[in-house]
Design a protein around this ligand. Structure first.
Ligand SMILES: NC(=O)c1ccc[n+]([C@@H]2O[C@H](COP(=O)([O-])OP(=O)(O)OC[C@H]3O[C@@H](n4cnc5c(N)ncnc54)[C@H](OP(=O)(O)O)[C@@H]3O)[C@@H](O)[C@H]2O)c1
Length: 354
């Protein structure tokens, strides 16, 4: 790699003015070697308003969200298609409703852009495979927007698992829930089946990532039960059975107080992380290792902003010119397991993964 290539700033566009785009837009701005250059919306004024709201000193700036400076040139595009035709962009961030992820990821790859696409990657495995194929054939990186993989705490926990600190791993349990039914508008994308709403894709996805991450393996069989309301799954509990009698259980809900924890149990110890998805307090990202007598050691990782790390990892891959197939494979595996869990819940019987 030449020096100029190694220092190249990756130029980003965002498709849609989603709520999560404020957080990730900030990361695209602050990450090393990354710059937010364009935002597109279906509505001609909404993209421009989004930029104003995020620009410090602008009369309409939201003080809690403004991170751009007035001299920064961020272009507002009047449609997603127009942004994809902007030749001065290297990559796009796609925080659209899940039902649009496949269409716009494929279009972005065909227009030569690398793609960071929000979770759940797709509506189903067939769509996810289509997205991976489109990025592969255009030689473009695809990664989903799960941030916790990129936290340095995650690497620290993985090292302990791999070092055998817990003994052979036996069980992973996790929960991700929040009270969306009480706190969110009824037309939120999470409650709209046609847009890919539902609790499994929205937050159960993270619980599945925790089990696959810990075991480094796919389950052989899954079982699940769900409660449906407003046309989508509102809460869901699942059991994942892996080879060698290893197992995982999780619960996800839109109707409970906010929790986002996991426990990984081995034969001689366990790791508990009470906020694996994103730390309650970023200055105190923590986890505990417990031995078989219940002695616990707390580990704290204070200086990592996981969404910034995610963007930096993505930009480094693009600059290196060596795309990493592990990222789309993680998304495909997660999608495959989520599809099986959804089918098991609907059928009310176990499903064997093919
Ligand atoms: N990684 C994370 O931590 C994280 C956190 C939250 C959400 N997410 C994911 O990010 C995605 C967006 O979630 P969000 O809650 O931020 O969504 P949101 O606020 O509802 O925004 C979705 C955006 O999509 C665009 N859009 C295009 N067609 C639409 C349609 N028919 N209905 C509604 N919006 C439409 C809109 O932008 P324009 O109108 O400007 O075009 C809208 O602002 C989801 O996949 C979600 O799972 C990830």
């Amino acid at each position: 790699m030449t020096t100029s290539e190694a220092n190249r700033v990756i130029r980003w566009g965002i498709l849609g003015t989603a709520r999560i785009a404020s957080k990730v837009g900030r990361a695209l701005h602050f990450a090393r070697g990354s710059r937010l250059c364009a935002v597109a919306s279906r509505d001609s004024e909404r993209a421009a308003n989004w930029i104003s709201r995020h620009t410090a000193g602008h009369p309409t700036a939201d003080p809690a969200k403004a991170f751009l400076s007035a001299d920064q040139q961020v272009i507002a595009h009047n449609s997603y298609r127009e942004l994809l035709q902007n030749p001065n962009l290297d990559a796009v961030y796609i925080p659209l409703p899940p039902s649009l992820h496949c269409e716009w990821t494929c279009a972005a790859a065909e227009s030569g852009k690398h793609v960071l696409c929000e979770k759940p990657l797709a509506m189903n495995l067939a769509e996810a495979q289509q997205m991976v194929a489109a990025c592969q054939s255009a030689n473009r990186q695809l990664m989903d927007g799960v941030m916790w993989y990129h936290h340095e705490r995650t690497a620290a926990m993985k090292s302990l698992l791999q070092a055998g600190t817990l003994g052979p791993l036996r069980h992973v349990s996790s929960t991700f829930a929040f009270n969306g039914l009480a706190d969110m508008a009824t037309d939120n994308i999470r409650f709209r089946n046609e847009l890919g709403g539902g609790v499994l894709g929205d937050v159960g996805w993270y619980c599945v990532t925790a089990a696959l991450w810990a075991f480094g393996d796919l389950p052989e069989r899954v079982q699940a039960c769900a409660r449906y309301d407003r046309g989508v799954d509102i809460n869901l509990s699942a059991l994942l059975m892996f080879s060698d009698s290893r197992s995982a259980t999780f619960h996800c809900g839109f109707d409970e107080t906010w929790r986002k924890w996991f426990e990984v149990a081995g034969e001689t110890g366990s790791i508990v992380c009470d906020d694996f998805v994103n730390p309650w307090d970023i200055a105190k990202a923590r986890f505990w290792v417990h031995d078989r007598q219940g002695q616990g050691t707390q580990h704290v990782h204070p200086h990592c902003i996981q969404e910034v790390r995610m963007v930096e990892t993505f930009c480094e891959l693009i600059r290196s010119g060596r795309l990493d197939p592990r990222w789309p494979q993680i998304s495909l595996d997660t999608q495959r397991v989520c599809d099986a869990i959804a089918a098991a819940a609907r059928a009310e019987k176990p499903i064997t993964l093919g």
